[in-house]
Design a binder for this molecule. Structure first.
Ligand SMILES: Cc1cc2nc3c(=O)[nH]c(=O)nc-3n(C[C@H](O)[C@H](O)[C@H](O)COP(=O)(O)OP(=O)(O)OC[C@H]3O[C@@H](n4cnc5c(N)ncnc54)[C@H](O)[C@@H]3O)c2cc1C
Length: 403
């Protein structure tokens, strides 16, 4: 019997294990991960950006946690000698119609207490000489890191403090007897007094396994990347973002300097027909039917028809993808980029067709479920982990927590 079982060896599950083991070094914790290694899904397939928090609604968890996370993640990397850089980023308006949106974004940055500055086109070019734009915003607190390395360190810390991380253990059943969870996995059964669900793309299913009925369902959106060929990496010094469409939850394809020196372009955002499907042809009947029979999905699709079609076009046609990149850097040519990895975002969607905008943490009986942790959850993982850990009662006194 362990005190706490955490399902999911992505950055949120591991950060939660770190926070719990920090709070109470005597706690018996296990992390159960279905893959043979850690961080194989969203965490290991993202843009590697330490977000500053400029985009998010003031007062939301996302805004607060990204601002705090951009500091704490950098401190964590410094303390544990994880390679990272606080290189800053620019967000640029390339059309007249985007200037009012750029201004709104700048005001949001100020409301979120970020040290953002407005730039005229010449000032943008001093930072990014190949960008053509009408104006921009500089956010100096944005950084880059490899979140897989952060996860390796998180797992080391958990083990050093007596916790156990078990890979290859897919949770297939959860029962409850006298307030104790019985967790069935592909590597045997475990008993836990408290259960934490950080299962990312499967978080809604794991919540249902544990007897919860979350209103929102996870809808997977694949994000595909291209990479600049080495001879063209000089076109990008830091991170270059367009002004995002405020009606759409994703940031638009952008250029990201990665911590290994490569430069990635993307991601787009297309509906994935498989929750962990990283190729255009990836398909899973159960995942597909769950999305297609969900009323919330069709309401979302109707509201975002134009953007959705544009994303599909950008996925199917390299020319369309390049056109989006050329809005930022006109001299990028089709031969300058090659396809690289893809990631799939777990986005919770409500039955009324509204995307769950903020991080969502639900409570069950002796359990806690992270049911929406999209970007910037990697940046904010230490904050999310601490918040989830606060939901766990003092397990040395055998309290049962009611829903
Ligand atoms: C394309 C893309 C770009 C992004 N860019 C950024 C960025 O630049 N900066 C940023 O801050 N955020 C970014 N994000 C968001 C960020 O990566 C995620 O918010 C974060 O990784 C979520 O972590 P997680 O631990 O919740 O999920 P995951 O990393 O997906 O981990 C969940 C884990 O649970 C495991 N699991 C699921 N079901 C079970 C089960 N039944 N039994 C056992 N284990 C199970 C999975 O195998 C997986 O390892 C991006 C995301 C994507 C997809």
């Amino acid at each position: 019997m362990v005190d706490c079982a955490i399902i999911g060896g992505g950055i949120v599950g591991l950060a939660t294990a770190v926070a719990l083991s920090r709070r109470d070094s005597g706690l018996r914790i296990i992390v159960l991960e279905k893959e043979p290694g850690l961080a194989r899904h969203q965490t290991g397939r993202n843009s590697g950006v330490i977000h500053s928090g400029i985009y998010y609604k003031p007062g939301s968890f996302k805004a607060r946690f990204a601002r705090e996370g951009s500091r704490s993640m950098v401190e964590f990397c410094r303390e544990h000698r994880i390679k990272h850089a606080v290189c800053g980023k620019v967000i640029v308006a390339t059309q007249e119609s985007e200037l009012p949106l750029l201004d709104q974004l700048f005001q949001r940055g100020l409301a979120n207490e970020l040290p953002a500055t407005k730039l005229v086109a010449e000032q943008v070019r001093e930072i990014e000489p190949h960008v053509r734009c009408l104006g921009g915003i500089k956010v100096p607190t944005t950084g880059i890191v490899d979140y897989k390395e952060v996860c390796t360190k998180f797992a080391d810390l958990v083990r050093e403090r007596g916790g156990t991380v078990i890979t290859g253990a897919r949770v297939v059943g959860i029962g409850e007897v006298n307030g104790t969870h019985r967790i069935e996995t592909t590597r045997g059964g475990f008993e836990a007094r408290f259960l934490i669900n950080c299962a990312g793309l499967h978080s809604d299913r794991v919540a249902r396994l544990a007897g919860l009925q979350p209103q929102a369902r996870i809808v997977p959106f694949r994000g595909e990347y291209y990479e600049l060929v080495p001879e063209k990496r000089h076109l990008v010094n830091t991170l270059i973002y367009p002004v995002p469409n405020p009606a759409f939850p994703f940031l638009g394809v952008h250029f990201t300097k990665m911590i290994d020196g490569s430069v990635h372009a993307g991601p787009n955002a297309v509906l994935a027909l498989k929750r962990e499907g990283y190729h255009k042809t990836s398909f899973n009947l159960r995942d597909f039917l769950e999305t297609m029979t969900y009323g919330g999905f069709w309401k979302l699709a109707r509201k975002n028809l134009d953007e959705g079609l544009m994303e599909i076009l950008r996925s199917l046609s390299k020319t369309a993808f390049i056109r989006s990149l050329q809005r930022l850097i006109p001299e990028v040519q089709p031969d300058d980029v090659v396809p690289t990895h893809a990631g799939v975002r777990a986005q919770a969607l409500m039955p009324d067709g509204n995307l769950v905008d903020d991080f969502l943490i639900l409570r069950g009986r002796n359990s806690c479920h992270v049911c929406n942790a999209p970007s910037p959850a990697a940046t904010a993982s230490l904050e999310i982990g601490r918040t989830v850990a606060e939901q766990v009662p003092d397990l040395r006194t055998r309290t049962t927590v009611a829903t």
